[in-house]
Write a protein of this length. Structure first.
Length: 192
């Protein structure tokens, strides 16, 4: 749990304490009725929390279904938007990728490039790529380390996209390091 999560929990705890305290003070003559209503609301909120956690745990939320299997395989569930997502540590920083066999290289958007320590003022946009949104300029870079699970690869060819791009792509310059890529029953399986 990071600092932001801890601060949110602290804020939520204080807010609940203030609201609950206010209700108890105003309703001290009707504590039985207040306790009954509090129990009902607790069941309602508990049910919602259970439903949301089950929904996320079943692989319906992006970036929640990645698993590294013990036999050197990575298995990803297809997400509601039709894509496969993978989180990898790039130069020690977690980056969420769309696994894209149609992309020649690993393609970083500018925000992710900055996050891994690339100075965008030092890159040269000498390449180009044909995308669904037209031709975009690209700048070649090298990723020092890319780690998924307990496997670390070094010296990965990649490019920084010069145009607007929502996420980063894990393309063939990395995927070629796997011996087999298969899609079966809504699951993408990468085997070393």
């Amino acid at each position: 749990m990071d600092t932001n999560d801890q601060l949110r929990l602290l804020y939520l705890g204080i807010l609940i304490t203030v609201i609950f305290g206010g209700v108890m003070i105003r309703s001290r003559n009707r504590l039985g009725k207040v306790a009954q209503q509090l129990g009902i609301w607790t069941l309602i909120f508990g049910g919602v929390i259970l439903a949301v956690s089950s929904y996320q745990g079943a692989g319906f939320m992006p970036f929640r279904s990645q698993s590294t299997l013990s036999d050197g395989r990575i298995e990803l569930a297809i997400q509601p938007d039709g894509h496969y997502y993978m989180t990898a540590m790039v130069n020690g920083v977690p980056i969420e990728f769309v696994v894209d066999t149609g992309a020649t290289h690993v393609v970083l958007n500018q925000a992710d490039a900055k996050r891994i320590g690339i100075d965008l003022n030092d890159v040269t946009y000498i390449g180009s790529a044909n995308t669904a949104n037209g031709v975009v300029r690209t700048a070649p870079i090298r990723i020092e380390t890319l780690t998924i699970g307990d496997v670390t690869d070094r010296n990965i060819r990649a490019v920084v996209n010069g145009g607007p791009m929502e996420g980063s792509l894990l393309g063939m310059s990395y995927l070629n390091r796997f011996s087999k890529i298969e899609i079966t029953r809504g699951r993408l399986i990468l085997t070393r």
